[in-house]
Write a protein that binds this ligand. Structure first.
Ligand SMILES: Cc1ncc(COP(=O)(O)O)c(C=O)c1O
Length: 374
């Protein structure tokens, strides 16, 4: 059997990793400024993380959601405290798309409505409602077209108010900072106005923090830069540092009902052990403080590179924009300088999503390499 060939691949084969570094099969060392699509939060093979998952596996790897699982409660408790979202309840699933799918479904159950408002260049995943709310026709199949989704430009509150006013909207879904789209984001005023009109009309505000969450923006969730309180927050990626897990945080005024949502694997013992370990490490190692420190240094150093047009994003979720396409630059960074970076729908943008442990020495390595390849 061959693999179903859906991914264009770089010719690199990582075989081991540690912290912000990855080694290939020829023992060549790479600086990982992409964290496997923004997934690696506490660093590769962090010893506590490896130990916590290993011990859990030695005890109990999996049992179903029809028994008591205290690890889920521990995870919810720690996540609530560290993210300052204690008045939310947690539903656990397995991926980002699944988190958004459940969030949209919940909004629809609760409002009895089905239209969704999403934004230009958004990415919310590849399942049914999540992909329909994603602004990319190429990844929507005919079967996905049954969803009612209206795409609006970011930061145009008049259009949002107009659409919400029609009375048939279940949810507004928005990324804290757009990831795949290219690091654009709503202004504080926009987020606050959207929140206000959602509340007024009983529309669910869903904050997709799958990429921008878990400390990456310099706050636990990126929306916390704007002082709003969404009805639902979705998370995945950095949540398990590579172990598949997703979460839907639901404001506690929205009540649950048995059977409303469900999954076989979501919130299993191993996934919870991984996610608890991530939260413990973020707290113990003060990684959000580190994000802010490293980000400030990076933003200062990058000013020395004259070819950089603009830097978008926050914390360690950054997009470095040039006035040319960065495909060749990324290849040179990988194959000549052994540095992984990312791309986005904006072809002129180099995407930086390193582990939250990135330090200023690693920033220097990146800046020097960038200067040399440019
Ligand atoms: C903002 C955002 N939402 C949702 C998703 C989908 O997550 P997953 O690939 O885990 O389904 C992604 C993935 O890149 C994302 O960046």
């Amino acid at each position: 059997m061959e693999l179903f060939d859906v991914y264009p691949l770089y010719n690199v084969t990582p075989v081991k990793a540690e912290g912000a570094y990855v080694w290939d099969e020829n023992n060549r060392k790479y600086l990982d400024l992409y964290g496997g699509h923004g997934v690696i939060s506490v660093g590769h093979t962090h010893p506590k993380y490896v130990n916590d998952i290993t011990s859990q596996l030695n005890n109990l790897g999996f049992y179903s959601n029809s028994i008591q699982n205290p690890l889920q409660k521990e995870l919810a408790n720690k996540l609530g405290k560290l993210s300052n979202c204690e008045n939310y309840n947690l539903f656990l699933c397995n991926s980002g798309a699944e988190a958004n799918e459940n969030a949209l479904k919940l909004a629809s159950f609760k409002t009895g409505k089905s239209r969704i408002i999403s934004f230009n260049n958004s990415f919310h995943g590849r399942t049914s409602a999540a992909v329909a709310a994603t602004d990319n026709k190429n990844i929507n199949a005919p079967i996905n077209l049954q969803q009612e989704v209206t795409f609006l430009p970011l930061n145009n509150i008049k259009l949002v108010i107009h659409e919400i006013g029609k009375g048939d909207v279940a949810a507004v879904i928005i990324e804290g900072i757009q990831g795949v789209g290219g690091l654009d984001e709503g202004t504080t005023e926009f987020f606050q106005e959207v929140e206000k009109f959602c509340k007024k009309h009983g529309v669910f505000l869903i904050l997709d923090e799958i990429q921008s969450g878990y400390g990456r923006s310099g706050k636990f969730f990126a929306f916390q830069h704007h002082i709003i309180k969404p009805d639902i927050i979705t998370t995945a990626k950095g949540m398990g540092n590579g172990f598949p897990i997703g979460g839907v945080l639901i404001l506690d005024k929205h009540e649950a009902k048995y059977g409303m949502l469900g999954t076989t694997f979501g919130g299993n013992h191993l996934a919870c052990a991984a996610a608890i370990s991530v939260l413990d490490i973020i707290k113990e190692e003060e990684l959000i403080e580190n994000v802010n420190k490293t980000s400030a240094y990076l933003l200062e150093q990058i000013k020395t590179i004259s070819q950089v047009k603009k830097v978008k994003g926050k914390g360690l979720m950054l997009g470095v924009e040039f006035d040319f396409e960065v495909g060749e630059l990324r290849k040179k960074l990988i194959f000549e300088k052994q540095i992984f970076t990312g791309g986005s729908m904006n072809k002129n943008l180099l995407r930086i999503l390193p582990p939250l442990t990135m330090n200023t020495d690693q920033v220097d390595v990146f800046i020097n390499a960038l200067q040399e390849v440019l």
